[in-house]
Write a protein of this length. Structure first.
Length: 191
């Protein structure tokens, strides 16, 4: 097996290295992401990402509360661990900026970054140059990590209905939320 290493740095102490493996048995290209988390390396493969997304045991216990971002008012966000029977190091992050009409929900694998995400209100351009609309989902791929997006047909609510979008996102991402998502309060008034 031949290993070709490349990659780049991450914020903080995290480092990422991409290894491209050419195996005669597999006869295909497999990209593996190695991520350093506090000195421990984690291997993130496309197969593992797909398994994480398909895992029906992913859950959030308790209520989610939007918190104002002091340096970006009236934007707000929440961040919460996502539990699973497998113990994946997952978090979900929600971001809302009503000033520019943007809403995002992101599933993060700690140390590797976004493995799945939904963006409303901002266009995206895929690595091949294709422009994806203001409503798009990011899905992990072997070749492009989280940089590939597609237009989801299952998300029908607009950015200004974050509770409805959250419910739709959880269904597709197979996250069971055992609690409530608060209504975002923007400078004292509700959306």
């Amino acid at each position: 097996m031949t290993l070709l290493a490349g990659g780049g740095g991450r914020e903080g102490d995290e480092r990422a290295v991409s290894l491209v493996c050419f195996g005669t048995v597999a006869k295909r290209l497999l990209t593996i992401e190695l991520c350093s988390i506090g000195g421990h390396w984690r291997v993130i493969t496309l197969v593992e990402c797909d398994s994480i997304i398909e895992d029906p045991s992913k859950r959030i216990e308790g209520d989610l509360v939007w918190r104002a971002l002091d340096d970006h008012r009236p934007a707000c966000m929440f961040r919460e661990p996502v539990l699973s029977d497998e113990g994946y190091p997952l978090e979900v992050v929600g971001r809302l900026n009503p000033m520019v009409g943007k809403l995002s929900y992101v599933l993060l694998y700690r140390g590797a970054g976004r493995i799945y995400g939904l963006d409303l209100g901002s266009a995206h351009r895929n690595p091949d140059g294709e422009r994806v609309g203001d409503k798009h989902k990011h899905k992990w791929t072997a070749d492009y990590r989280d940089k590939w997006a597609y237009v989801p047909e299952d998300i029908t609510a607009p950015w200004d209905r974050p509770l409805e979008v959250w419910q739709q996102f959880c269904v597709e991402a197979r996250i069971n939320h055992h609690g409530l998502l608060s209504e975002p309060s923007i400078q004292g008034s509700l959306l």
